[in-house]
Design a protein around this ligand. Structure first.
Ligand code: KIV
Ligand code: ZN
Length: 510
């Protein structure tokens, strides 16, 4: 078994394929920086040919990130490989990741190609990528449903062609640990040139087995694991990086290998990915869930107080959890706030910090204690804020059993003018958003609207996360406040501000 398992993070590619997880370029770069602190070996930054936005984020990450391999995905066709190569031009350690499906189902229904054609295309794709970079990975998409003898032939051919890593994906999450491990063993025993390449695994979670399958493959000799932070990804997601890494670390007695991941960065990374993608982590999620280190039963608490290892197999500090929380409130100053932000793993520019501090003071005035989750919500919003075009000055709402829902808003414009509008609607939120539409001249159709209490208690901050449709484009807006009506108005304005900022010929209302 390999001593070191290569951790290939695909949060920004497969993870971003999660329904509802759109990240913009700056957010992707921010996550890539955090993945560098986490010390993953490879960051798959995107699928450059798939969209100009994906191309640009791979290009930016390749240019800015050092000390880590940066991979770009490509189908086994020239234009994809060319695009990946171009996006990776400035990378310190570029990797082109070429893929082609090999299973009978995909050959017959999706690709309409015979086995020989698949081998030829795979070899051609690898050779074409090698014209640009020396580090080429090849993925046999839907490998776990591919006939083993054919899989052996494809793997041998792509290694002969020069692939340094061969990835054996369980694309549809169909594999079972014992069976998946036997595929890896089958390749190790039957592919003549297998020693020339790293065997990688990439498991989806459709049956909830992605981590179990990946670990069974490691035990069978796989040397690279592809995974995502919080297990996000297409459909039910991918294998969760934090679970893979902590299983290998905690059960070193069983796996006899390790990773280079700096585990103390796991919580900060998980929270950053959750805040920026809007995909919440379930409370009882292993390693990074809110309850992962919470002990409720009296018997357990007694055991923990006597000897931690009675009920805890992972030390919270090892994954970056602070045991003691410094409680911040309205008397806290800039210094304490800055320190807490640093401890939580965030980096803010001077301007972002000042705005976040202002928001913190505003919230602290209304709320007795400010918890880490509140601070993260403030920072998450701060990072998304498009400042300056419209600011909410004030709002008023009238509603109730016998009243016509009515909202009034006052917005301050970039040029310091104020606009007031009052209007009615089907409900208070409808009236509020209509009043904002009237004031900005931009009309959004509400698609999703979620309110979430950031912490517990009646004075908890409410986070509003919504999507609006403007001219067929879906735009996300988020905001927090102790007042959910205010949070709703700010979240809607957050989305409207993004629209206004992106419109070349947008003119302020008169
Ligand atoms: O699931 C899959 O097969 C993939 C490949 C592109 C590696 O994501
Ligand atoms: Zn995948």
């Amino acid at each position: 078994m390999a001593d070191n398992i290569i951790i290939f993070d695909t949060t920004l590619r497969d993870g971003e394929q999660s329904p509802g997880a759109g990240l913009d370029i700056n957010e992707k770069v921010q996550i890539a920086r955090q993945l560098t602190l986490l010390n993953v070996d490879v960051i798959e930054a995107g699928f450059p040919v798939s969209s100009p936005g994906d191309f640009e984020s791979v290009r930016r990450i390749a240019q800015e990130i050092r000390g880590v391999s940066v991979a770009g995905l490509a189908r086994a066709v020239e234009k994809d490989v060319d695009s990946a190569a171009k996006a990776l031009e400035k990378a310190e350690r570029p990797r082109i990741h070429v893929f082609l499906a090999t299973s009978e189902i995909h050959r017959k229904y999706k690709l309409l190609k015979a086995k020989e054609e698949i081998i030829n295309l795979a070899v051609k794709g690898v050779k074409h990528a090698l014209k640009y970079v020396s580090d080429v990975e090849f993925s046999t998409e839907d490998a776990s449903r591919t006939e083993l003898d054919f899989l052996i032939q494809v793997v041998e051919a792509v290694i002969d062609a020069g692939a340094k890593t061969v990835n054996i994906p369980d694309t549809v999450g169909y594999a079972i640990p014992d069976q998946y491990a036997s595929i890896i063993r089958g390749l190790k025993e039957n592919v003549k040139n297998i020693h020339k390449a790293v065997i990688s695994v990439h498991c989806h979670n459709d049956l909830g087995l992605a981590v179990a399958n990946s670990l069974a493959a490691v035990k069978a000799g796989a040397q690279q694991v592809e995974c995502t932070i919080n297990g996000i990804g297409e459909r039910a997601g991918n294998a969760a990086l934090e679970e893979i890494v902590m299983s290998i670390k905690t059960r070193h007695d069983f796996y006899h290998c390790s990773t280079r991941v700096v585990t103390k960065e796991l919580i900060a990374t998980s929270r950053l990915v959750s805040a920026l993608t809007g995909l919440r982590v379930q409370r009882n999620k292993a390693i990074v869930g809110e309850n992962a280190f919470a002990h409720q039963s009296g018997v357990h608490q007694d055991g923990i107080l006597k000897e931690r290892t009675t009920y805890e197999i992972v030390k919270p500090e090892d994954v970056g959890l602070q045991k003691t929380k410094l409680v911040l409130g309205k008397l806290s100053g800039r210094h304490a706030f800055k320190e807490r932000i640093k401890e939580l793993g965030y980096e803010l520019s001077e301007k972002e910090f000042e705005r976040a501090f202002e928001e913190f003071k505003h919230i602290a005035d209304k709320k007795k204690e400010i918890f880490d989750e509140d601070i993260e919500a403030i920072i998450g919003i701060e990072k998304m804020e498009i400042p300056g075009i419209f600011q909410l000055e004030s709002l008023s709402i009238t509603c109730g059993p016998n009243a016509v829902p009515t909202a009034g808003v006052r917005l301050r414009l970039q040029d310091d003018r104020v606009v007031d509008n009052v209007t009615t609607g089907d409900g208070p939120i409808d009236a509020l958003f209509k009043a904002i539409d009237l004031s900005t001249g931009i009309s959004g159709k509400l698609q999703d609207y979620n309110i979430h209490a950031v912490t517990s208690g009646k004075d908890a901050m409410g986070e509003v996360d919504l999507n609006i449709d403007v001219d067929g484009k879906i735009i996300r807006g988020r905001a927090v406040s102790t007042d959910i009506i205010e949070a709703s108005a700010k979240a809607y304005l957050n989305a409207i501000n993004k629209v206004a900022a992106s419109k070349l010929n947008y003119t302020l209302p008169h």
